[in-house]
Design a protein around this ligand. Structure first.
Ligand code: SF4
Ligand code: SF4
Length: 222
């Protein structure tokens, strides 16, 4: 939990300490330069929690209406961190276990309160607002990868992405129906443009296309 914490990085910034969470966010950014948001689709514990509760509420969310929320949260948060580091005179030490002295994030009764608050936030949003609503609204990690992906697209170097061939598409829309991020995958296939900042490269559309028209590819941007 602490390695993905939005607070530990702030505490570190105040004291000029490079923390485990700062390193994790940095690694996410670097990975996104070559793997897009594969972290979100394959490794993120928040994504796993939301996937578990998907049978409770499979309603798609309207990303166009709510995707802005996480950006509005992220900008003041990252600005605060930068300001605190400047106030502290820059980073002067590294402590990967900052605020995690025992090596375990949840090592006392009170830590469970924070733990269940975080779990409740992601699970609650997915249960009440719809599929992966936590990714659309509150995820403080997604913007690091969205920026990395944007940079990758500007330079166009080879990276993990989706490709599609619209020629044999039957318009069954199974790809759209099953996309956990509620994207218009069928629409993306029709124009053979699979790049979308909210795509987490989970591969659900790849699995669901009975014609095999959507594929993973490690290639430069088209
Ligand atoms: S477009 Fe495909 S890979 Fe991307 S989030 Fe949707 S189902 Fe997953
Ligand atoms: S699942 Fe395949 S065939 Fe069906 S709409 Fe999507 S791309 Fe077309």
């Amino acid at each position: 939990m602490n390695f993905l914490s939005p607070y530990v990085i702030i505490d570190g910034a105040m004291n000029g300490i490079i923390t485990g969470s700062l390193i994790m966010f940095g690694l996410m950014f670097v990975s996104s330069l070559f793997l897009g948001r594969a972290w979100c689709g394959w490794l993120c514990p928040g994504g796993g929690m939301q996937e578990i509760v998907e049978p409770v509420n499979r309603r798609p969310v309207n990303g166009r209406k709510i995707d802005w929320i996480k950006r509005v949260i992220w900008i003041p948060w990252i600005s605060l961190i930068v300001w605190m580091v400047m106030q502290a005179g820059g980073y002067s030490s590294i402590n990967i276990l900052h605020l995690t002295d025992s090596g375990i994030s949840v090592d006392g009764p009170f830590k469970y309160i924070t733990y269940y608050l975080v779990v409740g936030l992601f699970v609650g949003l997915a249960m009440f607002a719809g599929r992966r609503a936590g990714y659309h609204t509150i995820c403080w990690m997604a913007p690091f990868m969205m920026i990395g992906r944007w940079i990758r697209n500007r330079f166009g170097w080879a990276s993990l992405r989706l490709t599609a061939d619209a020629s044999a598409c039957t318009n069954c829309k199974l790809c759209t129906k099953n996309c956990p991020m509620s994207l218009d995958v069928n629409g993306m296939v029709q124009i053979e443009q699979m790049e979308n900042a909210e795509c987490i490269l989970c591969g659900t559309c790849v699995d669901n296309c009975h014609k095999g028209l959507i594929k993973y590819s490690f290639s430069p941007s088209q």
